[in-house]
Design a protein around this ligand. Structure first.
Ligand code: BG6
Length: 470
């Protein structure tokens, strides 16, 4: 029987739950970072939109909006708060209640095991660079699989390995805030591949009636010009931002070309072990979560040292346009810009065709693997009237244009099985705080965290109604 297309929206634990130290939860690296002086804005996710106490209202709102799936993440340090590995049953209880609420409305949960927020005790050991992190993650993952079992039909191991690794060890805006540490970037990337494989090994042991996948951030690389040098830059861009995670996760192998290139740039790869190859080969994902925000535009490398910036680092006031987002990877590629393409208020391209191009490329490379668009959203300075009503026509246009491209790719045979707007309601935006909003539902942070659906919420409801025959 044909599976029902999933229409929903997404959040992540640190960004929406609040209750950062409630009922036995241990601190995560984000609690630690936001409470430290490294956090120059002083803004935290301590309370955020307090999903921890508002989940019933939020899930009811999803259902009323016609959504039949909800993507959220589990806070690892709610389940395993400390290095002694003792499970916090209260943590499980909270997510049990969330699942019960989803079940009440027939909302399919799509649940991510880690969305950036490693427990702080893992951070103390070296975070993603800790050589034992994959065993620690597998322990936590196995506990989650045993507890929830088939109640969760779609599990995700890690949110956005590439983006996370880049922010932690290239840009340095996410903890542990290291800038252009290529050695650590590679160790982190490799450990993420191992974490994914070891969690999947635990998952398969239980023979659950559920599927497991990984959520990937980047679209495929593109260039403005089509010269041999540009084609090479595109290939390098893909190796650096896409293939290193997608090839092992889907095909079970790390591209040899990538290993050779990394070695040639002087990285010590002694952390790669021969026995890991079998582990990676035998534990691949069932589905791919592809996020959709903007294009990865590259040009040939010409000069300069490796560097990386994002336009949202420490910016909560709209001055983002000044700080250009981009990367130079010495000997590989440089980021490019295209003056013809409009930008969002944070200087990011609005280029809906990138998701069509990406989906077509994914199919060419990985065949019919089921794909869910696990995030697609528009960050904006929403303006509300005195009743809190937001006419977010810019967001509606953005979502509409991306959906058009996604459905075009689906009509051409890409196995797209679901779609999630980022985000369900307004929540904490990493580094940017609360002014950059993505929600379908407004959260009034000044007035008791009141929820008010935006124009886009009603537009999305109607769009879903009109696309029931997918
Ligand atoms: C995605 C993340 O990369 O981008 C989300 O998975 C995040 O957690 C979203 O919120 C938007 O990014 P930002 O930095 O604008 O909030």
């Amino acid at each position: 029987m044909k599976e029902k297309f999933l229409w929903g929206s997404a959040t992540a634990a640190y960004q929406c739950e609040g209750a950062w130290d409630a009922e036995g939860k241990g601190p995560s690296i984000w609690d630690q970072f936001c409470h430290s002086e490294k956090n120059t804005t002083g803004i935290t996710g301590d309370v955020s939109c307090d999903f921890y106490h508002h989940y019933q209202e939020d899930i009811r709102m999803m259902a009323k909006g016609g959504q039949n799936t909800y993507r959220f993440s589990i806070s690892w340090s709610r389940i395993v708060p400390k290095a002694d590995r003792v499970i916090n049953e209260k943590g499980f209880e909270f997510y049990d209640k969330v699942l019960t609420e989803c079940e009440k409305y027939g909302i399919v949960p799509n649940v991510t095991l880690v969305h950036y927020d490693l427990p702080d005790y893992v951070g103390d050991q070296g975070g993603w660079c800790w050589p034992d992190i994959s065993d620690e993650f597998a322990y936590y993952a196995a506990a989650v699989f045993r507890h929830f079992g088939d109640r969760i039909p779609l599990y995700v191991t890690i949110n956005e390995p590439t983006h996370n690794a880049s922010c932690c060890y290239m840009v340095g805006n996410y903890p542990p805030n290291e800038q252009v540490n290529m050695q650590h970037f590679c160790e982190c990337a490799y450990n993420m591949i191992l974490c994914n494989a070891k969690a999947i090994r635990e998952f398969r042991k239980l023979k659950l009636n559920a599927k497991i996948g990984l959520v990937h951030a980047s679209c495929s690389a593109e260039s403005v010009l089509d010269t041999p040098a540009h084609r090479e830059a595109v290939e390098n861009g893909d190796l650096f931002t896409n293939d290193w995670v997608l090839d092992p996760a889907i095909k079970g192998e790390i591209p040899q070309k990538l290993i050779d290139k990394v070695k040639a740039s002087g990285i010590d790869l002694s952390f790669m072990k021969e026995e890991d190859r079998t582990l990676i080969r035998e534990n691949t994902i069932d589905f791919l979560g592809q996020n959709a925000y903007s294009r990865l535009l590259v040009k040939p490398y010409v000069s300069g040292e490796t560097c990386a910036t994002v336009n949202n680092a420490g910016n909560n006031d709209g001055s983002g346009k000044a700080a250009k987002e981009g990367k130079t990877v010495k000997g590989w590629f440089e980021s490019d810009t295209d003056p013809r393409v409009p930008l969002n208020p944070w200087g990011r391209e609005i280029y809906p065709q990138c998701i069509y191009n990406t989906l077509i490329k994914r199919k060419q490379k990985y065949g019919d693997i089921p794909i869910y668009i696990t995030e697609n959203g528009h960050g904006a300075y929403d303006v509300a009237d005195e009743n809190g009503w937001v006419e977010d026509d810019d967001r509606i246009q953005f979502l509409h244009d991306f959906l058009e491209q996604i459905l075009k790719a689906k009509a051409e045979g890409v196995n797209v099985m679901g779609y999630y707007v980022w985000s369900t309601m307004d929540l904490y935006s990493w580094i940017n705080g609360y002014k950059k909003r993505y929600g379908l539902v407004r959260v009034d942070y000044e007035k008791g965290l009141k929820r008010i659906p935006k124009k886009s919420y009603y537009w999305y409801k109607q769009f879903i109604e009109e696309h029931q025959d997918l």
